[in-house]
Design a protein around this ligand. Structure first.
Ligand code: DOR
Ligand code: ZN
Length: 448
């Protein structure tokens, strides 16, 4: 096998077709700072300053809006190929653009599983065709997510999709010897293993967080220790072999402690937290509404507080949505039969504003770091996550920080409806998203 390319995936080069317009975004506040104008030309930020003149450019009056670098989601389920009734690359990336994202990493638990160069290239091409956000496929760690044999990691890394993130998400790579080999293998091309940390023997039949609420309801719970045991094990393995480990959707206070310990020891470990684990708690399960069933489960208020603190102090590197669309028949059923998972792309920024900005835990630069720069760096994704300054790719989200909106599941762009925020009022709203200088969202509406 030939050695895979060095370095991560490259964003497609800026479109230089003659139809590309220049844009002047006037009076916008980068990172919530002083108002300025931004000139977008040929896919990059070509200028910044007061009263920019650019004859022929389209103007967007952005007075009062905050500009952040286009958001990057390390953990999205787009469901294509296989479950196009739940989501497609087109509908999922439209939801992403409306949420302020310019790039998403598409998880591998599709049908067929993204465990070959062929499938990851297919997903990557569908993303390019849709043109709403860059789609960077995640490759499976094991064939068919079965946890028995390593998938063609090198061939996926060497494919047109240039895969750098590998995950069996939805399932844990439970076999420690296989996990060690996967960690060692991806070192050759700067890859990372993203682990869904769940000890399977400790979570057989689990329905929600193991604790007071599960005891009241008489349901089998996911104990926190099932997550923490795998994170501790994998941190030790990653440290031993000198490889990069990423921990998906951290959900317990104990996990934050273990990550803090591992980072202090110099282990190359990064971690993500979902918006829903920053805001929602397990007592929502008492109504048996499967909209609140998710894996890992919603935990306790103490866990939420520890996750917020861990995200604020950098122990948790980034926010990732775990956007998990499910068709009606898989979700609108009794709790035990319902699939776990929640929509996330269109509400993520608003939920982070409520949980982290309005609580004083993060400022706008902190949000940009955790929702754009850090995920782009962890996923080795070039062309995303750069600071807003001349010369940077014109990937931007403009948001109104002073408004609020009520989530109407029927109005979401996702093909599925399983949002846990239905009829809830959330702060801040995405007004526009630019992908390489072209608007994918304007005035809160998708452009494709
Ligand atoms: O709740 C979840 N849903 N957790 C996962 O790990 C997988 C995801 C899905 O694919 O629906
Ligand atoms: Zn997962």
């Amino acid at each position: 096998m030939s050695p895979p390319h060095e370095g991560g995936p490259q964003a497609p080069s800026p479109r230089a077709d003659p139809g590309t317009r220049d844009w002047v975004i006037s009076g916008v506040r980068p990172y919530g700072g002083a108002p300025t104008d931004l000139l977008l030309r040929d896919g990059v930020i070509a200028g910044a300053g007061r009263d920019l003149a650019a004859p022929g450019a389209s103007r967007l009056d952005a007075a009062g809006l905050v500009a952040l670098p286009g958001l990057v989601d390390l953990h999205t389920h787009l469901r294509e190929p296989g479950r196009e009734d739940a989501e497609t690359v087109q509908t999922g990336t439209r939801a992403a653009a409306l949420g302020g994202y310019t790039a998403v990493f598409a998880m591998a638990n599709t049908e067929p599983v993204a465990d070959t160069a062929g499938v990851v290239e297919q997903v990557w091409r569908l993303g390019r065709q849709a043109g709403l956000a860059d789609v960077q496929p995640v490759g499976a760690v094991t064939v068919g997510l079965a946890g028995e044999r390593l998938a063609e990691l090198g061939a996926m890394a060497d494919s047109a999709a240039r895969v750098r993130v590998f995950s069996d998400d939805g399932r844990c790579v439970a076999d420690p010897a296989l996990m060690r080999r996967a960690l060692e293998y991806v070192k050759a091309f700067g890859g990372v293993i993203a682990q869904h940390a769940e000890e399977p023997r400790l979570t057989e039949g689990a329905q929600l967080n193991e604790g007071v609420v599960s005891a009241q309801l008489g349901l089998v719970g996911w104990p926190a220790a099932a997550e923490e045991a795998i994170i501790a094990r994998d941190a030790l393995l990653a440290g031993h072999v000198g490889s990069r480990l990423h921990v998906c959707h951290v959900s317990t206070a104990g996990s934050v402690e273990i990550l803090r310990w591992a980072k202090a020891r110099g282990v190359r470990v990064t971690a993500e937290v979902t918006p829903h684990h920053l805001l929602l708690t397990d007592d929502l399960a008492t109504g048996y509404d499967p909209l609140f069933k998710v894996n890992p489960p919603l935990r306790t208020a103490d866990d939420v507080a520890a996750l917020r603190a861990g995200l604020a102090d950098g122990t948790i590197d980034c926010v990732a949505t775990d956007h998990a669309p499910h068709a009606m028949e898989d979700k609108e059923t009794e709790w035990g039969a319902a699939r776990p998972g929640m929509l996330g792309l269109e509400t993520a920024l608003s939920v982070v504003v409520e949980a982290m900005v309005h609580t004083g835990l993060l400022d706008w630069r902190g949000v940009a770091m955790r929702m754009s720069a850090a995920p782009a760096r962890i996923g080795s994704l070039a062309g995303h996550g750069a600071a807003i300054e001349p010369g940077a790719p014109a990937n931007l989200v403009l948001l109104d920080p002073d408004t609020s909106w009520t989530v109407d599941p029927g109005s979401l762009a996702s093909r599925s409806r399983n949002t846990p925020y239905a009829h809830r009022e959330l702060p801040a709203r995405v007004v526009a998203t630019f992908l390489r200088g072209e608007p994918t969202v304007l005035d809160g509406k998708a452009q494709r």
